[in-house]
Design a protein around this ligand. Structure first.
Ligand code: UD1
Ligand code: CA
Length: 451
C-alpha cells in the first residue's frame, strides 16, 4: 500500500527569537525540515506535502531543494495543528493507503519507529506516537490503557489528574488517508486555546467506533526544537549519534568529540579522521582515505588512499581521485585532481583540472576570477608546477610540462615545454656590505635627529 506524508512547518517559532522560520534553523548543516523529511522519506511515500506559513516561500524552496517532488501548501493563518493538516488533505484526495503527519521541527524520529506505527495500523484505525516524558511540561497527555488510546488532552485543557500523566503526545500520527481527511474535517475549536487540535481526531474516531492505539518511542526521538538552547541540544544529540555510528562502521576518529558531521556525510570503512575536522553538506570520504586534523570539508569527494590536511579546506566541487595528497593550508574548489596528484602546501586551486601524478609546488594559485567571470585552469598529466606559480586563467599547461618558480603564466604551455614568466635575475658582486653600511648610517642619523 502507498504511504503519504504531511509535514507541518507553518509555525513561526516565536521562542527562537529569529527572523528565520524555525524549520530553516540548522542542525548538522541541514535545516530542521530536511531532518524531518529524511525520516519521512524512509517510508518511500508516494506523496509528500509540506504545510508552510511563516516564511512560506523560503520554507517551500528548502523543501523542494531536498525533494523536488514534494508539494507545498500555504496555511496563511496558524489556527492549529488540525487546521494545518486540513490544508494538506485536498492534495491527498483519492490517495489510497496510510498518511503520516510529522512536525518540521522534530528532527529525530527514527525510520524503525515509523515502521512500528505502520505495523500497529493493522490493529487500530488511528495510531499516535507517544513517549514517557521525564518532564511532561506542556505536552499533550495520552489517556490510554495499554496500547488502546482513548483520547488526547492538551495541557491547557487538562485536569490536575490528567496533568499527572507522563505518557505524552509526540505529535506524529498515522491513519488511512481518506479516514484522516474525514476525521480532520470534523475537528472544532472549542477549547482553551481556541485552536483546531489535530489531537481531537482520537476522540472523534472513537465516537465513530474506530479504534486508536499508541506506539511508544524513546523521548530522545521526539526532541522538538523551540528555542536556541534546544537547537544546540539537538546538534549535540545528532553529533553524538553520528560519531558513534561512524565508529561502529569502522571509521577511526582520533578525537570523536571534536569531529562534526553533516546530515548527509558519508565516510567509508577504515577511513581515518583526525581531531577537529568539520564536515559541511555533501561530503563523501571513501574507504581508507585519511583526513588529518583541522580540515574543513564541504561538497567534496575524497577517494581511497587520498590524504588531506592538516589544515586543508575542500570546497564544493573538489574531486580527489585515489592517492591524491592535499597538504596544509591548501584550498581546493570546483577542481578535479586525478590519481596521485600532490598539492603539498599553501595553494589555491579553483576551477581547475589537474592530470594524474602532477605535482603542484608550494604557493601556487589558480587566478580564476577576473573580477567579473570565473575561468578554468587545465593542467595535464605528470606536469610540474614550480612553487609560487600564478596560473592566470583561462590557461592550459600540457602533459609533462614545467613552470618555473615564481612564474606568472598567462599563455598556454605546450606539452613537455618549460615556461618561465618572471623577471630575469640580476646579481651585483660585493654590493651587499656597502648597502648595509648605507642603511646603518641612515638609521643612526634618524635616531640622532629624534634625540
Ligand atoms: C502539539 C500537540 C501536543 C504535543 C506537542 C508535541 C496539538 C494540538 N498538540 O502541541 O499534543 O504534545 O505538539 O510537540 O497538536 N503547526 C502548523 N500550523 C499550525 C499550528 C502548528 O504548521 O496552525 C506546526 C508547528 O509549526 C509545529 C507543529 O505544527 O511544527 C506543532 O505545533 P505546536 O504549536 O508546536 O504544537 P504544541 O502546542 O507544541
Ligand atoms: Ca511545540
Amino acid at each position: 500500500m502507498p504511504v503519504s506524508l504531511v509535514i507541518l512547518a507553518a509555525g513561526q517559532g516565536t521562542r527562537m527569537n529569529s527572523d528565520l522560520p524555525k524549520v530553516l534553523h540548522q542542525v548538522a548543516a541541514a535545516p530542521l525540515l530536511h531532518h524531518a523529511m529524511q525520516a519521512g522519506l524512509s517510508l518511500d511515500p508516494e506523496k509528500l506535502v509540506v504545510v508552510t506559513g511563516h516564511g512560506a516561500e523560503a520554507v517551500a524552496k528548502a523543501a523542494r531543494a531536498y525533494d523536488a517532488r514534494c508539494d507545498t501548501v500555504m496555511q496563511a493563518e496558524q489556527l492549529g495543528t488540525g487546521h494545518a493538516v486540513a490544508q494538506a488533505m485536498p492534495l491527498l484526495a483519492g490517495m489510497a493507503g496510510d498518511c503520516f503527519v510529522l512536525y518540521g521541527d522534530t528532527p529525530f524520529i527514527r525510520p524503525e519507529t515509523l515502521e512500528a506505527m505502520l505495523a500497529a495500523r493493522a490493529r487500530h484505525a488511528v495510531v499516535v506516537l507517544g513517549f514517557e516524558a521525564r518532564d511532561p511540561g506542556r505536552y499533550g497527555r495520552l489517556i490510554a490503557e495499554g496500547e488502546a488510546l482513548q483520547r488526547i488532552v492538551e495541557f491547557k485543557d487538562a485536569t490536575d489528574e490528567e496533568r499527572a500523566i507522563t505518557l505524552c503526545n509526540s505529535g506524529v500520527i498515522c491513519a488511512d488517508t481518506a479516514v484522516l481527511a474525514d476525521l480532520v474535517s470534523a475537528i472544532g475549536n472549542s477549547n482553551a486555546a481556541g485552536e483546531y487540535y489535530l489531537t481531537d481526531i482520537v476522540e472523534i474516531a472513537r465516537k465513530r467506533g474506530l479504534s486508536a492505539g499508541v506506539v511508544i518511542c524513546d523521548e530522545a526521538e521526539t526532541l522538538g526544537v523551540n528555542t536556541r538552547a534546544q537547537l544546540a541540544e539537538a546538534e549535540a544529540a545528532f553529533q553524538a549519534r553520528a560519531r558513534a555510528e561512524a565508529l561502529d562502521n569502522g571509521v577511526t576518529l582520533t578525537a570523536p568529540e571534536t569531529v562534526f558531521f553533516a546530515l548527509d556525510t558519508h565516510v567509508g570503512r577504515d577511513a581515518i579522521i583526525g581531531p577537529n575536522v568539520i564536515f559541511g553538506p555533501g561530503v563523501t570520504i571513501e574507504s581508507g582515505a585519511e583526513i588529518l586534523a583541522f580540515c574543513h570539508l564541504t561538497g567534496c569527494h575524497v577517494s581511497r588512499g587520498a590524504t588531506v590536511g592538516p589544515f586543508a579546506r575542500l570546497r564544493p566541487g573538489a574531486e580527489l581521485a585515489e592517492d591524491v595528497h592535499v597538504g596544509n593550508f591548501v584550498e581546493i574548489k570546483n577542481a578535479i585532481l586525478d590519481e596521485g596528484v600532490k598539492v603539498g602546501h599553501l595553494t589555491y586551486l579553483g576551477d581547475a583540472d589537474v592530470g594524474e601524478h602532477t605535482n603542484i609546488g608550494a604557493g601556487t594559485v589558480t587566478c580564476n576570477y577576473d573580477g567579473v567571470n570565473k575561468h578554468r585552469t587545465k593542467i595535464g598529466k605528470r606536469a610540474f608546477i614550480g612553487s609560487d606559480t600564478m596560473l592566470v586563467a583561462p590557461v592550459t599547461v600540457g602533459d609533462g610540462a614545467m613552470t618555473g618558480s615564481g612564474s606568472v603564466i598567462t599563455e598556454n604551455v605546450p606539452a613537455e615545454a618549460v615556461a618561465l614568466g618572471r623577471a630575469k635575475q640580476v646579481t651585483k658582486p660585493g654590493l651587499a656590505p656597502k648597502l648595509f653600511d648605507m642603511y646603518k648610517a641612515a638609521k643612526a642619523k634618524r635616531q640622532k635627529d629624534q634625540a
